[in-house]
Ligand binder design. Structure first.
Ligand SMILES: C[S@@+](CC[C@H](N)C(=O)[O-])C[C@H]1O[C@@H](n2cnc3c(N)ncnc32)[C@H](O)[C@@H]1O
Length: 297
């Protein structure tokens, strides 16, 4: 199996050949989310421009008929809601993808990471003070043309067969997925990364790729997609702009149990490009400062 980690801007994935990827599972940065990415982008247009470039690159590298999945949500910054889900859908359609599906990921009510906006109504129980607490994100699913089911050998089909018990028990058949988010435990690996839980790439990799194929994450973060892809015997490729995450990614992949047993068959490559950046410390300091200002720190 192959594992490739690229540190650099995924607006260009020039290292990857055309039609070389079978599935994309990713979660782009949440624009300038106050909790993780304050002021990462100079403007919303700059953010949309990055997504447009990445969408074009995904279109180029994805094989015919294959799937790109994006975990995204609209975001509220200083009282203004940015329509990220709608804008990303339009960008991917314009890049030539077929819009195939939108799954809603629902997190448990017990833990809400954002501030409880609904408190406004408790203080002012009158019309027009309603701001609900957000428990959901969208999993957008795009397809690169038509898939040829006959292109897969019988052997690979049988190695990739889904477990119907798991499918039924986990209610994978619904367009709403109830999955616990990564909890903010002390000393967790993913602090300040906005990582998604393993269950999300686990379902997507199983549902949309075959054994031995190649999964790409252009916004790697802590490397959750890559870890799961390797666990499920797929090749894994990731891009991440922030070199400060290299250690965390490598730690997460070391946790990968099959890594030990399969060390000899994993061909690992790490490429650090000139356009990589050092972001985390700066972003986290920024978050702490604004939390202090808001009296939440
Ligand atoms: C929402 S996080 C991904 C989290 C990941 N799914 C996980 O489970 O850890 C988005 C990541 O994209 C990275 N990023 C932002 N801009 C980028 C760019 N232009 N190229 C590559 N990575 C970028 C951020 O540093 C961040 O780590």
């Amino acid at each position: 199996m192959e594992l490739k980690l690229f540190f650099g801007n995924s607006a260009s994935m020039k290292e990857l050949e055309d039609d070389s990827i079978h599935l994309v599972v990713t979660s782009p940065p949440y624009f300038n989310s106050p909790f993780d990415y304050p002021d990462l982008f100079n403007s919303y247009d700059e953010f949309l421009n990055l997504i447009t470039q990445v969408a074009d690159e995904i279109k180029r590298v994805l094989c015919q008929g294959r799937i790109a999945t994006l975990v995204v949500d609209d975001i509220l910054i200083n009282g203004l809601k940015y329509p990220i889900v709608a804008d990303m859908t339009r960008i991917f359609i314009d890049a030539g993808f077929k819009y195939r599906e939108r799954i809603t990921w629902v997190k448990p009510e017990g833990y809400i990471r954002i501030s409880r906006r609904s408190g406004v109504l408790l203080q002012h129980p009158y019309p027009m003070y309603y701001y609900p607490d957000n428990l959901q994100e969208s999993i957008l699913i795009f397809q690169n043309g038509t898939f040829n089911y006959k292109s897969i050998s019988t052997d690979i089909r049988s190695k990739s067969e889904l477990d119907l018990d798991e499918f039924n028990k986990g209610k994978w058949y619904l367009s709403v997925w109830n999955i616990t988010n990564v909890l903010p435990l002390k000393n967790r690996l993913e602090k300040g990364i906005a990582a998604f839980p393993e269950e999300i790439p686990y379902r997507l990799v199983k549902l949309y790729s075959y054994h031995g194929e190649t999964v790409l994450d252009p916004f790697m973060g802590s490397g959750t997609t890559l870890k799961v892809a390797l666990d499920l015997k797929r090749n894994a490729i990731g891009y991440e702009i922030d070199l400060e995450l290299k250690k965390i990614i490598e730690e997460k992949l070391e946790l990968n149990q099959i890594k030990q047993e399969a060390k000899s068959i994993i061909n690992k490559q790490v490429i650090i490009r000139e356009d990589t950046k050092y972001l985390r410390t700066e972003l986290q300091n920024h978050v702490k400062k604004s939390e202090g200002r808001n009296g939440q720190g």
